[in-house]
Design a protein around this ligand. Sequence first.
Ligand SMILES: Nc1nc2c(c(=O)[nH]1)N[C@H]1C(S)=C(S)[C@@H](COP(=O)(O)O)O[C@H]1N2
Ligand SMILES: [Mo]
Length: 304
Amino acid sequence: MLISKPADIAPSCITSETAFQNRRKFVQTLGLASGVALLPRAAGASLQEELTPERIVTSYNNFYEFGMDKTDPAAHAHELTVAPWSIEVSGEAKRTGTFALEDVLKGLSEEDRIYRFRCVEAWSMVVPWRGVPMKTLLEKFEPTGNAKYVEFTTLKRPSEMRAQRSYFSGIDWPYVEGLRMDEAYHPLTLMVTGVYGKALPKQNGAPLRLMVPWKYGFKSGKSIVKIRFSAQRPVTTWNVLQPDEYGFYANVNPAVDHPRWSQAVERRLPSSLFSPNRIPTLPFNGYAEEVAYLYAGMDLTRHY
Ligand SMILES: Nc1nc2c(c(=O)[nH]1)N[C@H]1C(S)=C(S)[C@@H](COP(=O)(O)O)O[C@H]1N2
Ligand SMILES: [Mo]
């Protein structure tokens, strides 16, 4: 995500023995031979791509509440307290109210899923997330037939999120995202609680963040505090801020360029000046077989 600000910001764009052992153990628990990810058939097409190193997943982040640079979240997210944490549920559902996070997650089984993750800024990663299928979480609140969309509001706590104290962040906090109910209920959609077999680091959106692997990264809101079921399409942060640049759907689409740059290729991290690691971007980020039916009949150049 790039936004215009007072001074336009350019995208700035191995492991210790124990970290290596942990990773090997984690990879083994997933039933993987090495660092190459092979996604179980049930979870989608086989993904034989290398995992992006944990060091990069947890240090190259977008979390504008902590600053605009990729390194700001890892540097400042420690200022956030994530326990206790509660979730306010409202709107078109039978069970609404404020719930402790432990209760929201109680009885749900966590799964490890390796997903491609692509930012609209044209970089991408392959990340072993841990989380609960979004459907199992949302069903707990018994959404009514009127619920056509679900809105996710993330934390606004200026005392702990330094960019929320700045007049120059350019964003009207809190950060809000939303999905159509059928997108939220799709088996690939996760509510993430961890990464690389560990609790989710704060810079990655602890304690709870969305993960919708066929959409650009900005749809995956971090540090969620509210869930609202609604009949109307939610008003989402980026869509309101720059509607020509960031649509509500935000499905990864190499054929629809962002107004300021191409979406046809991506830099798979790690990438450097000398080995840029550029690869073609796939429709729906490579998940077309699983998700294209959700958009049958829609003009995807208009509904971007
Ligand atoms: N609350 C919140 N969620 C957010 C963002 C943000 O600024 N604030 N940035 C989004 C963007 S643009 C991206 S690319 C991903 C980055 O996730 P990662 O840092 O875990 O890779 O988080 C998304 N979720
Ligand atoms: Mo992004």
